[in-house]
Design a protein around this ligand. Structure first.
Ligand code: HEM
Length: 322
């Protein structure tokens, strides 16, 4: 109990330092499910661990899912909702078609509903699953406050709020600052690309007809460009690792960006802008620093536009509004 109190205090201080809205902190708490569903976190952890044992690549999917949930309508599980006859949901947007791990969330929800029906939100399960996936892949462990409610709105047009991979650092800084993120947070969060893959369609803009004077993006390592051009001849859906250790949460992503081997425009641009470049160097040199900053940025991300009280609900099936 005392430990949790200290953690809570530490979190609030960290968030104040980073300028987060304290109203969100008050509503959520580390002990939110302590009485009504004390084993909720354990159910999620076990489900995630089991899923990742079978398919380690899902760690990336679960981390990205939380990001895509939070950036569209806040962290409210809206990304999980299925489209209906009358509504095309977020998950059917081109930006979300390669999201993975929905069945892991369903499984955790099912176990939790059997134990404590109608108590634990899908939004919290997504946040816990991302956290557990990062740890499973070798990343830092961190505690997150719970109590997010599930949203009732999930519309394809809202996914316009997701950053496109062709954005440059200035646009990314602007987009992330709308959610209260600093430049440092942006770079730390981009370190999420230490896990997983991207399809050729997400970076082919860098491989041909880049501009009037270049066929290939000159900020891409030319040996890498040659290899990618060959790989992508097999189609837009061919996948390429975002760094050299795609299933390990480490700082290899920052080393890649330093050596012009960032895969997406949005990765490599962070080394071209003087405001972001220093953080790439810092995290490439010091993994512990990356882990620390990633943790606090993730806690902050998990608080974006959180729904409370009657603003939201506890969905019974994560794919369907009650
Ligand atoms: C900074 C702006 C960002 C942009 C423009 C961006 C864009 C992308 C794109 C285009 C992909 C590949 C999708 C595909 O081709 O199928 C991707 C993958 C991924 N992103 Fe991001 N992303 C950003 C930030 C983040 C953040 C903040 C996180 C998490 C903290 C994250 C986690 C991931 C992960 C883990 C993958 C791999 C997914 C997989 O293997 O299934 N991204 N991202």
């Amino acid at each position: 109990m005392f430990f949790h109190y200290i953690l809570n205090l530490f979190l609030v201080i960290e968030l104040m330092k980073h300028g987060a809205k304290l109203t969100s902190v008050h509503a959520l708490s580390m002990q939110y499910y302590a009485i009504q569903c004390p084993l909720a976190e354990m159910f999620v952890k076990n489900t995630v661990n089991q899923a990742l044992q079978n398919d380690p690549t899902l760690a990336a999917g679960l981390l990205r899912m939380h990001f895509h949930d939070c950036f569209v309508e806040g962290c409210d599980g809206s990304v999980l909702i299925d489209s209906t006859k009358n509504n095309t949901a977020e998950k059917d947007s081109p930006a979300n078609l390669s999201l993975r791990g929905y069945e892991v969330i369903d499984k955790a929800k099912e176990l939790i509903e059997n134990q404590c029906p109608g108590v634990v939100s899908c939004a919290d399960i997504v946040a816990m699953a991302a956290r557990d996936a990062v740890f499973w892949a070798g990343g830092p462990v961190y505690d997150i406050p719970m109590g997010r409610k599930d949203g009732r709105r999930s519309r394809i047009e809202d996914t316009i709020n997701l950053p496109a991979p062709i954005l440059n650092a200035t646009s990314l800084i602007k987009m992330f600052s709308k959610h209260g993120f600093t430049v440092q947070d942006l770079v730390a969060l981009s370190g999420g690309h230490t896990l997983g893959v991207a399809r050729c369609s997400s970076f082919k803009n860098r491989l041909s007809n880049f501009d009037a004077t270049h066929n290939v993006d000159p900020s891409m390592n030319s040996r890498m460009a040659t290899i990618l051009i060959k790989q992508c001849q097999n189609g837009d859906d061919v996948t390429v690792a975002l760094d050299q250790t795609k299933n390990s949460f480490d700082n290899a992503y920052f080393n890649a960006v330093q050596s012009s081997a960032g895969l997406l425009t949005s990765d490599q641009t962070l080394y071209m802008n003087p405001r972001t470049r220093g953080w790439i160097d810092a995290y490439a040199m010091n993994q512990a620093r990356f882990f620390l900053d990633f943790q606090s940025a993730m806690v902050k991300m998990g608080l974006i536009d959180v729904k409370e009280g009657n603003d939201g609900e506890i969905r019974l099936d994560c794919r369907v509004v009650n």
